[in-house]
Structures are given as C-alpha cells and as structure tokens.
Design a protein around this ligand. Structure first.
Ligand code: GLN
Length: 250
C-alpha cells in the first residue's frame, strides 16, 4: 500500500529533528511492506482535503511560525475537512500551537491559527524545558506511556471538553498547570513533545500508521505486524527515567 503524507512547511518548521518522525514512519511502514510517499507543502501550495492519508507539521520558533501562520490559517478549512474525513495528523510544538485558534507571542503580536484543535496559546515569561512522561489512552482500555522532550514558551489552554493527548506524569505539558499535554481530534494528534517523538514511542508511530492506512484503504484500522523494537524500548526507558528524575516543575 502507498501511504500519502503531506509534510507542511518543512523548510520553516523543522527544528528538533522533526524530520526524524517522518523517517520513523517511512521505515516502520517499509518493514510492513508499505511505501510512504512524502509531499512537501509550502506557502501558497494547494492542499486538497482527502489527498493525503497523514498530514505532518513540525516545530519552529516564533519567527518562523509568523512566516507561515497566515498561509496555514487560510488552509484551516481544508485541514479540518481532511481530519473530518479520516486523515491522520501529527503536529509538534510550533505546528501544534498554530493548529489551534492562534498564538500570542511575547511581543504581543497575534498569529492566527488553523482552528483544528480547540485551544489557544499565549507565550509566558519562562520557557518550559525538559524531559516529559505522559500516560495516554488513545483506544479505550489501552494505556501507554509517551516519553519526549519539551521546549516552549507558549502556554496552551484547551477548551472545556477538549480531549488531551495524555495526562502528565512528569514535565509541564500544555501549560504547566492543567496536568494535560497535547490535544486529540479524531485521528489528529497535537503535542509539545519532540526529541524527535516517534523513535522512542514506537507504539505511537504504529497508531498513526494504522490510522493513515485506514484512510488509504477506506477500512477500519487493523493491527500491524509487531517489530523487535529493542532499541526503541531502551530509548523510551532512558527518556522516561530522565523525566521521572526531573519531576517536572521549575
Ligand atoms: N515558539 C513557540 C514557543 O516557544 C514554539 C517553539 C517550538 O516549536 N519549540 O512556545
């Protein structure tokens, strides 16, 4: 099967080795006999709802975010239509912020968002930096942990009733107060966690692949052949231990 990935603004939102997430998806797909076709989508490029099985947007600093924010906001309707139609999506950090209603930076300027995630972000004085451990339950009864690294000034407030990606065990998460991290809408996940994220959380990479394959085939998500994942599990353990040592507040 060919899995079509739309990578939004790779030239602008690419800090923290966000491309590593795409590399993990490509490799884990190939090991199951699937091919990942990645298309870069830049400023002014057309975006068709349903054209991609998975959309990806990475992290970037305020300056780069400001450059792409108007274009992403203009694409917001298409992104929402795509996710409503079952497209999977992963948004990291700066991209996660701009898929909400908007981001107010330290200088007071407001960047409009795409409006997919029910949240708003306002930059605070101190950055929230360090290893993070979450507990997630994307499927009822299936609990997993996610280990990653956060580095953000933005505090993201979820609307009442919004679904977070997970509960913070150690670290700051969305705003350092709510105890929640990230956001989920359908098959779309947004998170502050990078590192990059997917190499040390192979279950999450496979969850996204299963959702993308479900979109590609028009069927319900199916299970994927398990992989050895010894190194990935070790990376997860090391990262999770660092997060627990940190505890997660200033
Ligand atoms: N500029 C945003 C913040 O600091 C996002 C930065 C990032 O992607 N790490 O909150």
């Amino acid at each position: 099967m060919r899995i079509s990935v739309g990578h939004l603004y790779p030239d602008y939102l690419n800090i923290y080795a966000d491309r590593g997430n795409i590399a993990v998806l490509a490799r884990r797909a190939a090991l199951r006999g699937h091919e990942l076709g990645v298309e870069a989508i830049g400023i002014g490029d057309p975006l068709e709802p349903g054209a991609h099985d998975l959309l990806y947007i990475g992290g970037g600093q305020d300056h780069e975010q400001a450059l792409i924010a108007p274009d992403l906001a203009a694409k917001g309707g298409v992104v929402k239509e795509a996710v409503g139609g079952g497209t999977a999506l992963l948004a990291v950090c700066g991209g996660y912020q701009l898929l909400g209603r908007g981001y107010r930076g330290r200088d007071g300027s407001f960047m409009p968002g795409a409006g997919l995630f029910p949240h708003e972000t306002i930059a605070g004085e101190r950055r929230m930096i360090g290893d993070v451990l979450l507990e997630c339950e994307l499927e009822p009864g299936e609990k997993h942990t996610v280990a990653g690294f956060e580095n953000h000034a933005g505090r993201t407030r979820l609307d009442r009733g919004a679904v977070p990606l997970g509960r913070v065990i150690a670290g700051f998460g969305n705003d350092g107060e709510s105890g929640y991290e990230g956001c989920r809408v359908g098959r779309a996940l947004g998170t502050y966690l990078h590192g990059p994220l997917l190499p040390r959380n192979p279950w999450l990479a496979d969850w996204l692949l299963r959702q993308a394959l479900a979109h590609a085939t028009g069927r319900e998500p199916t299970t994927l052949e398990p992989l050895a994942d010894d190194l990935e599990r070790l990376a997860h353990t090391v990262s999770a231990e660092r997060a627990m040592e940190r505890g997660g507040r200033w």
